[in-house]
Design a protein around this ligand. Structure first.
Ligand code: BEZ
Length: 211
């Protein structure tokens, strides 16, 4: 099954390092970053999980819960967490699903058989408070993810959910944003009291509205 933008993130129950969870119930009205890694006790995955654990306070600030998955068993996750702490200094501080029967991985299309049919790829799903999928991303096993980029995307998603704006290439907090096409020039004057610059009729930029 493939899960696309705007779809309701499929619900499931699973065993995790923090006990059994029912995804929608566990997530509640928060945002969630749900990701798979290929395999425990592998080098890139070790760096990824340690990096993410270190960034958890940043995800907390954004009301975003973290949830990992691989097809390894719970005992393996638990032993590997000691290595992650040893290597990166960070204690894994979010649940990791032990998806030994690949049920959740198949539900989310996290196994790409032409890459490998025994492991999950590096999938990411950002899920909004409405349980709908806001971002999907797939990296190969050989490339570790950039979690600062995922924080940046969450900042963009949370800003654009509240205002009629979009964020330009390489946008970061505090940069100007783009007024969406649905807003007329007339309405833009009242909706964006800091004013805007029309670089083209279809490209109107304004200071970030929530600052
Ligand atoms: C890694 O995390 O380094 C890795 C995992 C699976 C296959 C290859 C590399």
């Amino acid at each position: 099954m493939s899960v696309g933008l705007g779809d309701v993130a499929p619900d499931f129950t699973a065993e995790t390092t923090e006990g059994p969870i029912s995804f929608h119930e566990w997530k509640g009205k928060s945002w969630a970053l749900f990701f798979s890694h290929p395999k425990d006790f592998t080098p890139v995955c070790t760096t990824e999980l340690g990096a993410l654990a270190g960034l958890k306070p940043e995800f907390d600030k954004r009301n975003t819960k973290l949830l990992g998955l691989s097809v390894d068993p719970l005992t393996s996750h638990e032993k590997w967490q000691l290595d992650i702490k040893d290597v990166t200094g960070n204690t894994v501080n979010f649940p990791m699903i032990a998806d030994h029967d690949k049920a959740v991985a198949n539900l989310y299309g996290m196994i790409h058989p032409a890459a490998t049919d025994t492991m999950t790829v590096r999938s990411v799903f950002i899920v909004g408070p409405d349980n709908k999928v806001k971002l999907t991303l797939t990296y190969p096993a050989s490339t570790g993810r950039n979690f600062q980029e995922l924080l940046r995307v969450i900042d963009s998603l949370q800003l654009t959910a509240g205002y009629s704006v979009a964020t330009p290439a390489d946008w970061k907090q505090g940069d100007d944003v783009i007024i969406t096409a649905a807003v007329s020039d007339e309405d833009a004057k009242t909706k964006f009291p800091k004013g805007y610059t029309a670089k083209k009729p279809y490209l109107r930029v304004t200071p970030q509205p929530d600052r």
